[in-house]
Structure formats: structure tokens, C-alpha cells
Design a protein around this ligand. Structure first.
Ligand SMILES: NC(=O)c1ccc[n+]([C@@H]2O[C@H](COP(=O)([O-])OP(=O)(O)OC[C@H]3O[C@@H](n4cnc5c(N)ncnc54)[C@H](OP(=O)(O)O)[C@@H]3O)[C@@H](O)[C@H]2O)c1
Length: 318
């Protein structure tokens, strides 16, 4: 659990020092944004397009993606490309990455932005994992593993490629550490933990996986890929669609939720700013500032354990 000071700073961050005006020219760069059809993902695509980036908008829904692509084209004059990606199904994730690699020879920026929050607890992935773990953590883990070869070959000693993984401040509120692996598959204890804690668990695991990935990448002398993990802030999007409405929640949301234009700052900074090239293995808090996640996300033995668990899961799924 974070200190009161950390939690207050997260809830009421100081004014941003960084803005989208600082995004460099991205002509010639190729990016994938998962969950690019709506919310933070769509707004992130827009800024990348405005800077000349070739953007692949990854979405599980062709019709939602087409609507977003039409809107983005209208707003920017540039057209993102559609990449079908359903993070709920490991086979579909693998096919999505293969599809991308058939159609593009480079990948400079991968923004793992898609996410699901507090769906009904009964919902599990195609392979039977807790839905929030499956989409937010494991699906992205496989997508990253599949895309690492192209990101490595796109990088050079003087030009890194970047993986940006969107976590959340809810990782501070995960009651679990260490992770109880019974709560990842569909067991009575997973259901008893409840959908709010399962969301916290998925975002806690995201930080651990990103930290371990950063270490693996740093040790690889043959390529130049970095990984940054972040909390975008508390932002007014449709993410809370599964939360039942209540007066208290509406008041809280009115107090703490900020516009999407603020929520995209950390991921765009991490993905594009020259200074962020030095931030492999770092955690960003709102708005594009260095932060510290839950101290137990830094437990290297636990990072290794969840990494190995995910590796086995993506190598043995049916
Ligand atoms: N908003 C916040 O306050 C906040 C705070 C902390 C962290 N975050 C994180 O920020 C990220 C973006 O969230 P947002 O606020 O922009 O929420 P959002 O508007 O609900 O967008 C979530 C995106 O993820 C996609 N997605 C969900 N399940 C998927 C699946 N199985 N396969 C592929 N895509 C899937 C959604 O697709 P559909 O449109 O098809 O559902 C949508 O494009 C998430 O990772 C979220 O956890 C948000």
C-alpha cells in the first residue's frame, strides 16, 4: 500500500509540465495502440497521427474500429490502419501479431493500452483465466512476446523502440501480494476475491511483468528495446461501464476524474519523448512524471514467478 502522500499526489496531481506540443516529428515511425477505438487509446492515436506516425489501431471490434478510423481521419487528415486484436483469446492474440508482421516490416512503438475494469466476476477468457488478468496482463504479455522480434530488428544502437504498458494506481490497492495463483484461474477463491480486487491484481501483475521485461531487455546486448509502465491518472472514459451507478460514485468521479487530454500525457511522453528513451524499467505517474508503484511489485522473485507462469501459459494454451 502506498503512503497517504503518494495517494493524494495521484488523486490530485500537480499541473502537467509536459504537453503534446513536445511530441517530436514521428514521420517514418510505426506504432500499434491496443484498444485504439475509444477513450485514451483513440486520443493517443490522434496525437501520433498528427505527428506523421503510421498508426495501427488495434481493436477487437471491426465496426468500432472503422467508426474511430473515420473520425480520426476527419480530425487529422491521416488514416490509421485497423488491426484485429481480441486480448480475451490467446490464439486470437497470436494471429493478430502474425497478421501485423505479414503487413509491416517495422514496429517502433507498442502501446499496450487496452483494458477491462470490473466486469462481472463470472467472466473468464477463452482459455479460462480471470478476464481482467487475461486481457490486461496475459493477452498483452503474449502480444509483446510475439512482437518483440520485429521491435528488436527495428531498433538500432542509436534508436530504441519502445513498449509502453498502461497499468493503474489501483495496483497500490491490491490486497494480495504475493499473488495467489488460485485467483488467476476460475476458482471459488477468485470469485470470493471479487471483481474490484481482481482489477487491482491485474494491474499489479502488469507492473511486475513490465519490470521483469525491462530487465530482460536491458540484458540483451543485441537490440535496443525499452519498456515503461505507467498510471495514466483518473480519467473520464467509458472504463467504468461495468460499475453500478451510485450517488457516492458520481460525486467521487466529479471530484477526481480528469479529461482524456490529461490521461494521454504519460503514455505519449513514454512513447515519444527523447528524454523517455532513458526510462527503461521506470514507472510513470500522472502527468508524465517519474513515480513509484507498490513496493512489492519490485520483489524480483515474485516478478520471475509471474513471468514464468505467463510464459508457460502462452506456450501451452489450447
Ligand atoms: N480511465 C481511467 O481512469 C484509467 C485509470 C487507470 C488506468 N486506466 C487504463 O487505461 C487503459 C485505457 O482505458 P480507458 O480509460 O481508455 O478505457 P475504455 O475507454 O474503456 O477503453 C478500453 C479499451 O480497451 C479495449 N478492450 C477491452 N477488452 C478488450 C479485449 N478483450 N481485446 C481487445 N481490446 C479490449 C476496449 O475495447 P471495446 O471498446 O471493444 O470495449 C477499449 O478499446 C486501460 O488499460 C485502463 O485500465 C484507465
Amino acid at each position: 500500500m502506498a503512503s497517504v502522500g503518494t495517494i493524494l499526489a495521484q488523486l490530485f496531481p500537480p499541473e502537467p509540465k509536459w504537453s503534446v506540443d513536445s511530441i517530436p516529428d514521428l514521420t517514418g515511425k510505426v506504432a500499434i495502440v491496443t484498444g485504439g477505438n475509444v477513450g485514451l487509446g483513440k486520443a493517443t492515436c490522434k496525437q501520433l497521427l498528427l505527428k506523421g506516425c503510421t498508426v495501427w489501431l488495434a481493436s477487437r471490434s471491426k465496426s468500432k474500429a472503422e467508426a474511430a478510423i473515420a473520425e480520426l481521419k476527419e480530425e487529422t487528415g491521416k488514416e490509421p490502419l485497423f488491426l484485429a486484436l481480441d486480448l480475451n483469446d490467446l490464439q486470437a492474440v497470436k494471429e493478430s501479431a502474425e497478421n501485423f508482421k505479414r503487413r509491416s516490416t517495422a514496429l517502433h512503438i507498442l502501446i499496450c493500452n487496452a483494458g477491462v475494469m470490473v466486469p462481472p466476476v463470472e467472466q473468464v477468457t477463452a482459455q479460462g483465466y480471470d478476464l481482467q488478468f487475461g486481457v490486461n496482463a496475459l493477452g498483452h504479455f503474449l502480444f509483446i512476446q510475439q512482437l518483440l522480434p520485429i521491435m528488436k530488428s527495428t531498433s538500432s544502437p542509436v534508436s530504441e523502440t519502445r513498449i509502453v504498458w498502461v497499468s493503474s494506481s489501483v495496483q497500490y490497492y491490491f490486497r494480495g501480494p504475493p499473488v495467489n495463483y488460485d485467483n488467476i484461474t476460475d476458482t471459488p477463491s477468485r470469485k470470493a476475491l471479487g471483481t474490484q480486487q481482481l482489477y487491482c491484481q491485474s494491474k499489479f501483475i502488469t507492473v511486475m511483468l513490465a519490470y521483469h521485461l525491462a530487465k530482460v531487455l536491458a540484458e540483451d546486448q543485441t537490440s535496443n528495446v525499452i519498456c515503461i509502465v505507467l498510471d495514466p491518472g483518473n480519467i473520464k472514459t467509458d472504463l467504468q461501464r461495468h460499475n453500478s451507478p451510485s450517488m457516492l460514485r458520481s460525486i467521487m468521479n466529479w471530484i477526481i476524474l480528469r479529461p482524456v487530454s490529461s490521461g494521454i500525457l504519460s503514455q505519449l511522453f513514454a512513447a515519444t519523448d527523447p528524454e523517455a528513451a532513458h526510462l527503461n524499467g521506470k514507472y510513470l505517474r500522472p502527468w508524465a512524471r517519474l513515480g513509484e508503484p507498490h513496493p512489492k511489485t519490485k520483489d524480483e522473485a515474485e516478478q520471475r514467478k509471474i513471468w514464468d507462469y505467463c510464459m508457460v501459459a502462452i506456450q501451452t494454451y489450447k
